[in-house]
Design a protein around this ligand. Structure first.
Ligand code: ADP
Length: 597
């Protein structure tokens, strides 16, 4: 019943921690992919950080260029304003090259070629060109500061103006690594004006800030990766006992189910709502009810004899409860099959688990045993009483006539023979049942056996009863001639016995290629249809109380059928109650070679 308990209520499961080595390997297996993913992601992020630095360089250059263009445009506007002033025109007319009191402005008289400087304005009076006024744009510290401010440069970034021919002037807008003033930079440059000799604005980003940003990003990603590994490891550690417990519980359930399916005892479970929730294969074998017909069904509908089970089987609170919980045999009927079951029940978590085994065979044997005792003692009593009476009378003395004495001795010997027959029948039945009887397989003439049995019967037949035998031609059958005789004798004896009002008993033999049949028919009591099969059962008698005064053990037909079957034949009956019965013994024909295999 422990398996049943495990099924109904899995016992507490001892949990073993994961062994150290296995845990380490598991964590390593977890760590490697997370670490490599983190590494790859950090590298990617660092590269992106560098790209962002280079993009920032480009932005700085563009802003500086725009600012420089603004400066130039302002200078050009100033040049145009100056060109319109009378003082400038006068100065140019006097071929002066500077304007007194106005620094950074140059005057270029008409005789000179037009200056290339960006902030230049033509000075015209009437329709005559007097010359040009040029406002200089100084590439000085102030301009550099202005460009720096305009370029959204960060504190560590630098903006430099490089004149043509210097090292910095060789830089292009493509960012490169550069060492400048004792520091490492990412650097790029763009021309401030058209022309190869134009000065260039150079943007410098200190490399350490770019690298630091990349390192920072990498550090953050590694931090997240490590945190993830730690969290997963923690989860795994936390869940390990639960997983182990579940696995063990599952294994135990499977084991319990396996044990229950192999058990020879039937086991079923009825839950608190009265539904059948478990039905093992042995329960199906014993009752003949498949699991599909009962599972999920109310027990009172699906389980035959449920009321008796419910009323008679005590339910123990736990298995092995003192006082015993096994019921007396409970009768369960299904599909016309009666089963005697010994059942016990135990409560488990609101359900009740029933276990049972089949007592039907044992029950039948017990019934047979008591029937045997009753029948045999009953059968023995009549001849014993006769022997006892005759012996007492004989013992009384010499005054008895010789004829009476002889009659009494006759009674004693007849009754002793009857006693011997009864004992023989009982012994034979037990040998047949145990399969210990040896039956020969010879070819023999059935007609001869029938003729001899008929002669014998005629000599003993009561008055008013005729015995006719139609067997004349020799007919070969296969089997044991002695046993065949025993069977035919029994059928004829019965025909005589169960024809109390006389009539005719006919014995006929019929044969074809495959079988020989001996028919024994009478005009006696007959056998009701429902009992025509039952009379071949051990101890079965139509009139067990002997109301008709005909005695018997109920073993004759059982033995006859068993012997016939052992010879490869059969015994059957057809009958009409009140009209008579016809019994037939069918035997095989011998094979061509004489002996039957
Ligand atoms: P027994 O004759 O010793 O009772 P059998 O096994 O020979 O046992 O027969 C079983 C029962 O079958 C008999 O008790 C009787 O009721 C019935 N029976 C057998 N032969 C005949 C028959 N020829 N006519 C009517 N009933 C019969």
């Amino acid at each position: 019943m422990s398996a049943v308990r495990a099924l109904a209520r899995p016992a507490a499961v001892p949990v073993r921690g994961l062994p150290g080595l296995r845990t380490a390997l598991l964590l390593l297996a977890l760590l490697v992919p997370v670490a490599s993913a983190t590494w790859a992601f950090a590298e990617y992020a660092a590269a992106r950080e560098r790209e962002r630095g280079d993009a920032h360089l480009g932005t700085m250059l563009r802003s500086a260029q725009e600012e420089y263009d603004d400066v130039v445009a302002a200078a050009r506007a100033r040049a145009a304003r100056l060109a319109a002033r009378a003082a400038v025109q006068r100065a140019l007319a006097r071929r002066r090259t500077v304007l007194r009191g106005v620094p950074g402005v140059a005057l270029v008289p008409r005789a000179h070629p037009e200056p290339a400087a960006p902030a230049t304005a033509k000075v015209v009076r009437g329709d005559r060109t007097l010359g040009y006024v040029v406002v200089g744009v100084a590439l000085d510290a102030a301009l550099v500061r202005r460009l720096h401010e305009a370029s959204a440069a960060r504190a560590a970034d630098r903006v430099v103006i490089a004149r043509a021919g210097t090292r910095l002037a060789r830089l292009t807008p493509a960012a490169v690594d550069l060492r400048f003033g004792g520091r490492d930079y990412r650097a790029a440059a763009a021309p401030l004006a058209r022309g190869a000799d134009a000065p260039r604005v150079v943007a410098l980003l200190e490399k350490s800030t770019v690298d630091e940003a990349a390192v920072e990003v990498r550090r953050r990603i590694f931090g997240v990766g490590a945190g993830t590994v730690f969290a997963v490891a923690l989860l795994a550690y936390g869940f390990a006992p639960l997983i182990a417990r579940n696995r063990t519980a599952l294994r135990q359930r499977a084991q319990a189910a396996r044990v229950l399916s192999q058990l020879a005892d039937g086991v079923f479970e009825v839950d608190r709502d009265g539904l059948v929730t478990f039905w093992n294969p042995a329960a199906t074998t014993i009752t003949g009810i498949p699991a599909d017909d009962v599972l999920g069904q109310p027990a009172h509908e699906a389980v035959p004899g449920w009321q008796a089970i419910h009323d008679l089987v005590p339910v123990a609170a736990h298995p092995g409860e003192p006082g015993g919980t096994r019921s007396d045999a409970v009768l369960v009927e299904h599909d016309g099959r009666e089963r005697w079951l010994s059942m016990s029940a135990v409560a488990a978590d609101g359900s009740v688990v029933y276990a049972f085994h089949d007592l039907t065979e044992k029950h039948r044997l017990e019934e047979m045993r008591s029937e045997l005792v009753a029948t045999v003692s009953h059968e023995l009593r009549t001849p014993l009483a006769a022997v006892y009476g005759a012996a007492l009378t004989l013992g009384r003395g010499a005054e008895l006539e010789a004829a009476v004495q002889a009659q009494l001795v006759g009674v004693i010997s007849d009754q002793a023979a009857r006693l011997a027959r009864i004992v023989d029948e009982v012994l034979l039945a037990s040998q047949v049942t145990a399969g210990r009887l040896h039956v020969k397989d010879d070819a023999f003439d059935v007609s001869a056996v029938v003729a001899s049995v008929a002669d014998d019967a005629r000599s003993r037949a009561p008055t008013g009863l005729r015995i006719e035998s139609e067997a004349t031609e020799p007919v070969d059958a296969a089997g044991d001639p002695e046993r065949a005789r025993q069977v035919i004798e029994n059928l004829v004896d019965n025909a005589v016995k169960y024809s109390p009002d006389g009539g005719t008993v006919r014995i006929a033999v019929d044969a074809d290629d495959r079988a020989v049949r001996v028919f024994v028919s009478d005009e006696g009591l007959g056998i009701p249809e429902a009992e025509q099969e039952l009379v071949f059962e051990k101890f079965y008698r139509l009139d067990p109380q002997m109301n008709r005064g005909v005695g018997g053990t109920g073993l004759g037909l059982y033995i006859a059928r068993e012997l016939a079957e052992q010879m490869g034949g059969r015994v059957d009956v057809t009958s009409t109650p009140g009209m008579g019965s016809t019994f037939v013994l069918e035997l095989r024909r011998p094979s061509v070679h004489g002996s039957v295999g």
